[in-house]
Design a protein. Structure first.
Length: 117
């Protein structure tokens, strides 16, 4: 089954930066709009950044101006550069297709981002 593997999370102080990566298996990555989602315990998973197969990007208001999503179709990778992190960004971050209803991938393990002083 096609898989997604997220990496790059960790513990960072408020105001710090992290760069998340997602590697997708299979040769279909190029054809899908992709996104980064995040989830905190007790809340629904939310989409924070999305990028079309052609490279157009959209962001949730909560991360606009601080996060940058990008993709490398040749390497089947999705990246999320996160700057000016704050405690509200603490969550498990996942990548997957957008919308979720059209994804060929199962959810990966995610990568934990913790913002704390």
């Amino acid at each position: 089954q096609a898989q997604l593997v997220e990496s790059g999370g960790g513990l960072v102080q408020p105001g710090g930066s992290l760069r998340l990566s997602c590697e997708a298996s299979g040769s279909i990555f190029t054809f899908y709009n992709m996104g980064w989602y995040r989830q905190v315990p007790g809340k629904q998973r939310e989409l924070v950044a999305a990028i079309t197969s052609a490279g157009s990007t959209t962001y949730a208001d909560s991360v606009k101006g601080r996060f940058t999503i990008s993709r490398d179709n040749a390497k089947n990778t999705l990246t999320l550069q996160m700057n000016s992190l704050n405690v509200e960004d603490t969550a498990v971050y996942y990548c997957n297709a957008v919308p979720q209803s059209k994804t060929p991938w199962s959810w990966g393990q995610g990568t934990q981002v913790t913002v704390s002083s």
